[in-house]
Design a binder for this molecule. Structure first.
Ligand SMILES: [Zn+2]
Ligand SMILES: [Zn+2]
Length: 346
């Protein structure tokens, strides 16, 4: 294979597009590291938009199948770009990336963001290159990439979950508040089955939070079909198998409180997109203390201890999942008429 450093930008861009969540690390990492190195070398430079676009294209890979060195290099480079570019003043009232927020889920590389060429495809073609390549727009995309790879560690992402997530939120809210307007059996079975094979960190966390927020309902007498708790157990077990190992960086009491199923059921979907996560951050009052400094990162590695990122902490999620499975197994036992403690008095 040709040395990466000999490739043209066009050849690199083609390679970035081919990096998928399924790409093996030895294929993807050289491109991630190369791109991160170039961006880090001049994070506020003329070519920064090109390298941001490369890391953005590969962010889905990094968010799913982390390889520590490549992931860290990509995050450092993107954060440096945010720091350099994000504080430059411009005359624009908004930037193209903001109008994408309605549909941006964690798979943000699927659309053409124009960063490579300065031009947006199709109907947005009238947006001028100045706006597409404005440091404010490049920084905006860099923030989104950081948030996909390391959810809830970056500030100033526009608030707003994608429309279909908002609709799921209201459906689930109806269920956990006990006034469902769709058949809860169907909804919960669909939810249990919706985990992708290789979810991003945000999607995986959101899935497990949703399952936990709804498990009391699935275990209640309102559910008359055994396949509801059964499919939820199956889904949660599959999700747990995808959680990363590694130590929990949080202190006592820093894991989120999931005691309110209504709020937790909302968070379950908000966790699955950058705009939704920004809503969680806004709810938590992030905006006020993040206004002047850029994005709250210390730039020194493990300093990222915003408690909010505990929503995606594997240790927290494991605990949550085991609580969920316990509740659902109780429901299955009742269906199977297995004698439980409550029947002991006879
Ligand atoms: Zn601008
Ligand atoms: Zn933790």
């Amino acid at each position: 294979m040709t040395d990466i450093t000999d490739l043209t930008v066009e050849q690199l861009a083609e390679a970035w597009q081919r990096i998928r969540d399924t790409s093996p690390a030895d294929e993807a990492d050289p491109f991630v590291l190369d791109c991160a190195r170039r961006l880090s070398a001049d994070p506020g430079g003329e070519q920064a938009h090109v390298w941001v676009s490369g890391l953005l294209a590969m962010s889905g890979h990094l968010a799913r199948r982390p390889v520590r060195e490549a992931e860290r290099a990509a995050l450092d480079a993107l954060r440096a770009a945010v720091k350099e570019l994000g504080r430059r003043a411009c005359s624009h009232e908004d930037h193209p990336y903001e109008s994408e927020m309605d549909w941006i889920e964690d798979e943000i590389w699927l659309g053409d963001n124009g960063l490579l060429t300065g031009e947006l495809p199709g109907q947005d073609a009238d947006v001028d290159a100045g706006k597409v390549l404005c440091p404010g727009n490049v920084a905006g995309w860099a923030r989104l990439a950081v948030d996909v790879i390391a959810p809830l560690t970056v500030r100033r992402i526009p608030v707003g979950a994608p429309a279909d997530h908002q609709s799921s939120i209201s459906t689930l809210s109806g269920i956990v508040n006990d006034y469902p307007y769709c058949d809860p059996h169907d909804v919960l079975i669909d939810e249990a089955a919706c985990l992708p094979a290789r979810p991003t960190r945000g999607v995986l966390a959101g899935y497990l939070v949703t399952m936990n927020a709804t498990c009391w309902y699935a275990a209640s007498e309102r559910i008359t079909d055994r396949s509801v708790p059964a499919s939820m157990v199956k889904g949660v077990e599959a999700a747990v198998a995808l959680l990363e190992d590694g130590p929990c960086a949080h202190g006592p009491g820093e894991h989120p409180d999931t005691g309110d199923p209504d709020y937790a059921s909302q968070v379950g979907y908000l966790l699955r997109s950058p705009g939704g996560r920004a809503e969680i951050a806004e709810y938590d009052g992030w905006d006020e203390d993040g206004e002047d400094g850029e994005d709250g990162e210390g730039g020194d590695g493990p300093g990222e201890d915003e408690p909010l990122d505990a929503w995606v902490c594997p240790a927290f999620l494991r605990e949550l999942a085991s609580e969920t499975i316990g509740t659902l197994r109780g429901a299955l036992a009742a269906f199977d008429d297995v004698p439980t403690e409550s029947r002991d008095g006879a």
